[in-house]
Design a protein around this ligand. Sequence first.
Ligand code: PRX
Length: 632
Amino acid sequence: MEEDFDVRLVEEVKYYRPAPEYRKNAWTDDYERAYAEFLADPVGFWERQAHHLEWFRPWDSVREWDYPYARWFVGAKLNITHNCLDRHVADHRRNKVALIWRGDEGEERIYTYYKLWREVNRFANGLRSLGVKKGDRVCIYMPVVPEQAIAMLACARIGAVHSVVFGGFGAQALTTRLNDAETKVVITADIGYRRGKRIPLITIVEDAVIDAPSVERIVILRRQQEYPVDIHPERETDFYELMEGQPFECAPEVMDAEDPFFILYTSGSTGKPKGIVHACGGYMVGAHYTTRHVFDFKDNDVYWCTADPGWITGHTYVVYGPLMVGGTVVLVEGTPDYPDPGAFWKIIEDLGVTIFYTAPTAIRMFMKVGEQWPDKYDLRSLRVLGSVGEPLNPEAFEWYYRVIGKGRCPIVDTWWQTETGMQMITTMIGEPMRPGFAGRPIPGVVADVVNKAGESVPAGTGGLLVIREPWPAMLRTVYGDDARYRQYWETVPGCYLAGDLAIKDKDGYIMVIGRADDLIIVSGHNIGTAEVESALVSHHAVAEAAVIGKPDPLKGNQIKAFVILKLGQAPSERLKNDLVYQVRMMLGPFAVPSEIEFVDTLPKTRSGKIMRRVLKARELGVDPGDLSTLEE
Ligand code: PRX
């Protein structure tokens, strides 16, 4: 962590207060009291949350904390799909709409809880027929279709560990993830749609598995009816043929609370992504509690989170959390501005969405195109607005509040991470909101802003964002690399280090400023500088590369790359295009640098480490800070 965090708060304080009914009717109707109850008895607090769910066997103890390793609901047995599906199928929600899917071209598919349960069970039986067993790793590389959620739930049903890889990743990124998790089966589709264009996912998978020897089988959802892709039966199976003839019942695998549930890769400060491992019991409790309390989820809500299930937001707040609370979930394959920038608002009007959860980058795009788009639609169904993925700047907050929420809806700006598994910091429904600030730690979480020694910094002073106590949905390890797990807890004494810079105000509200390490958040996607650099360096013309994030009014940050060419290579526009193509093919379109500059040298420390902080300061024309380690 080389960044300097000397930042101070100067703004005047401005709070927005939602109507009192919000607070009165909320599941958490008194933040202060709920927080005090949690602090007085953290274990009892989480035990009460766990009692909202059904377990096959109760726990012997709620929490065992052996720094930095936590075990939650020790000895308990469960299957999360029982709480997502069977439980509702057995009660009044049996015929309730669980999932409404809208495709890129406006098509619609609806699943009731009963239908979803049936499809999940049949697909789970299909996976078992392929020899997939508890603990086996299954990669899901799919577009946003109902079958993506069905595949996830089916893995959970049989105890297979899913590793969902976002469908925008390129072949190289997919290979790395397949190999790291020693994946047995890949579930994919022939194509995804994006802005009316077809993205050939199966071709990327076929490329990726060439160097992934553990993969035994590829299951393909064939969406193109007119020209179905060929199935090579020795290695491939059609998604629906796998389900054919399978019974509707599939006994859920009995999982131990601490059994691994899923792996989800996130960028780290080295080129190698980290396989974040979540455990069955604690994740279930954390996802259920936060979905219910942070969104104040009620039975008649129509809930839409715009994230792709390929990211953690989609795991916890598209699939598992909302289904556990028995909600009606909207799932959309489209982009916010296709076929026009009114696309999202039309969906809200059509479906009567009440809870809407999206990313600041989308909100800023909507601001840019103008109020006339949302103004064409009736958005009165909206009750709660949410934001996630990067700081929601005050201008975007105000616009979201006024233009979309009509000055009526509370906004939950939720701070959390792939690693935390659940939302950690926000302003609970009904509490005063401070634009620019995510809010306070939710009841159940102890968050703080500290110096490198782990001591709280004074209000209004910048520092490192940390979590002080274990929480149920926390990561358990990094797959195959426990040393990287320990770094989270062993860098700042006594704390889980999130890697973000933050400021706390005198009321305890936390403003998250950005990353303190070598990650760049572009449109809410977490991108490691090292990943982009190694993609650039793998081009034959490149000797060295360094990548920085530059503030961008829409995307939050954009990527700028500095490239040193090998001797005999000349800079050209064509070479720039080649490099862009290289990154796009290896990592995916969202990791592509928007600027490439050819340089002769890069600032380095005496030990040869590139000082990105110096590059960034030069680029932005600000003081580079301490240069004592810079080589002359
Ligand atoms: O820097 C923070 C930013 O996103 C990082 C986590 O990224 P990822 O694991 O991909 O998960 C994103 C979705 C949960 C954090 O370390 N971040 C996330 N939410 C916020 C945020 N920054 C500011 N405000 C937020 N609400």
